[in-house]
Design a protein around this ligand. Sequence first.
Ligand code: SF4
Length: 373
Amino acid sequence: MSLLVEEKLEKLVQGGTETLTKRDLTDALSMGPSIDGLLARAAHTVLLRTLGPGVCPTGIIEISNSCQKNCLYCGLRRGNSTLPRYHMTVEEIVSAIENGWRHGIRSFLLQSGELLGEAHAGSVVEVLRRVAGRWGDEAGMVLSIGELPRRTLEELGKAGAHRYLLRIETSEQELYNRIHPKDGLHRFGARLQCLADLGETGWQVGSGVLVGVPWQTVESLASDLLFLRDRDIDMCGFHPWIEHSDSPLAEYRDLAPEREARVRLTLRMTALLRLMMPDIDIYATTALQMLDPDGPEKGLLHGANVLMPGLTPSKYRLNYRLFDGRTAVPDDPGRVMAAMTARCSAIGRKLMPGEPGDPLHYIRRILSVRAGG
Ligand code: SF4
């Protein structure tokens, strides 16, 4: 059976349109290292053929580390009383966007823990209005601020954001329930409903999966890939699980793959999704870089096409600790962009600032709907 996967990958390299089955996916995820070179070559070839060598920088601004939730793997969880909490003001957020803008960044991700209530959504709406008033459509705004009611999503969309990332973490309900508290606030069905609401209210929808958590199997990861394809997402990011010492899941680290294996699985997930969805945007996540200094390059060589320069002011950055080991980076987008440009050039790719960064998958989807397809 493993030969069959390898044959399919070779055909994809040659321009074929083979479909990967669940069995192919589980085989590719569980095989030894011999599959890695071919998998990367196939994903990178398909990426270059579909999207070209360009890499879009999406500046990330972590606008608040407060969260009403208590996910068992996360350092921002409500129950972590050791973490100093912060909320950036509207002025600070706009200033961070301006800082990225000066260095050519046109795509911005505002990220926070999940906060219901008027104050948080209201300040995001205010930021979006100011950005729209100043830069119009030239700034592409992405939000990742948790599960929100449909009417709030509509309000945020009207204010000028058009891309939303809502990570599913796992598409397997049983595993979801193991890594979240059973308190009525962390409901798998509510997560699915919010993803559906995002699609129905016109957002470009992104999601993502945690890779290498305790109890996760390759069958579960294969199901995640099929879930993302069936949801017809526009964007995705895979995070290798990194323990946070103040999170309950850290106690179960012995049940997880070694860190090196988590990186390998994350890269394989990236490559397989690229082969399944050639025109979506795939993020090389900061978590990947945390476990492997060459993570960004490896992510790009396995099919990713988005890098995420950090624009969070340094006085806040170290307190956005989803996991252990977060380190300071230069508070200078110019240096960060120069380093990213060099990383891309070294592997024959090209950092392309100056684009608001709408995924080709979304553009094709909209054109297809307009054409009645
Ligand atoms: S994963 Fe997200 S929702 Fe869960 S505790 Fe962390 S920040 Fe909050």
